[in-house]
Design a protein around this ligand. Structure first.
Ligand SMILES: Cc1cc2nc3c(=O)[nH]c(=O)nc-3n(C[C@H](O)[C@H](O)[C@H](O)COP(=O)(O)O)c2cc1C
Length: 182
């Protein structure tokens, strides 16, 4: 069972820590995990050409932009579950994570039935950030295992929050249980 985490923060901060804690929980019940920091990948803006749309129900589309997305999309198709993490930016998800989601057009119909969870870090107002993540999951037909939000401002400020760590660990275990093959 493979679970991929996608961090939509442009810094090594609270969102990254939250995804790490969640993935720790998933590993504790047997999941194989990988945490992808989107900021460290070459993922250019979607140009909106739609040349990548799937031509039939089983064959992934191919994006004309040659950057780090192609291997990530292959990993998504092979994976069983996902964690999407974002800082709250103007009460919404970050542009980094949104652009990544836009670039999943070549495969999104193939994600149907996989599992997903979300995390968001905010100074004091999560706003619609988690709702944004749930909306992406709903459009793709992902089964939502749950979400956790936490309040912190400076990078790393969240790391002493044992209550949030426990909640993330529990969500990670639930996500892994939900993705366990029959
Ligand atoms: C461009 C920008 C917009 C932000 N908007 C909000 C906001 O609407 N609500 C909020 O509570 N915090 C807001 N923040 C604060 C971040 O959400 C907060 O610092 C969070 O911990 C960042 O997560 P990170 O450490 O994973 O990057 C904003 C920060 C930035 C840089």
């Amino acid at each position: 069972m493979k679970i991929l985490g996608f961090c939509g923060s442009p810094r090594n901060g609270n969102t990254e820590w939250m995804i790490d804690k969640l993935l720790e929980g998933a590993r504790s019940v047997g999941a194989d995990t990988e945490h992808i920091l989107l900021k460290d990948r070459d993922i250019r803006l979607c140009t909106g050409c739609l040349a990548c749309e799937m031509k039939d129900e089983t064959t992934p589309g191919v994006c004309v932009i040659k950057d780090d997305m192609e291997p990530i999309l292959a990993k998504m198709v092979a994976a069983d579950g996902f964690v999407f993490g974002t800082p709250s930016y103007f009460y919404m998800l970050s542009g980094l994570l949104k652009n990544f989601m836009d670039r999943t057009i070549p495969v999104w119909p193939l994600l149907k039935g996989k599992s997903a969870a979300g995390v968001a870090a905010a100074e004091d107002t999560v706003g619609k950030a988690l709702e944004n993540l749930r909306t992406y999951a709903e459009v793709c037909g992902l089964e939502w295992a749950g979400d956790v939000s936490a309040f912190a401002k400076t990078a790393g400020e969240i790391a002493n929050n044992e209550g949030i760590a426990a909640a993330l660990n529990g969500l990670g275990r639930r996500l892994a249980e939900a993705t366990r093959p029959e």
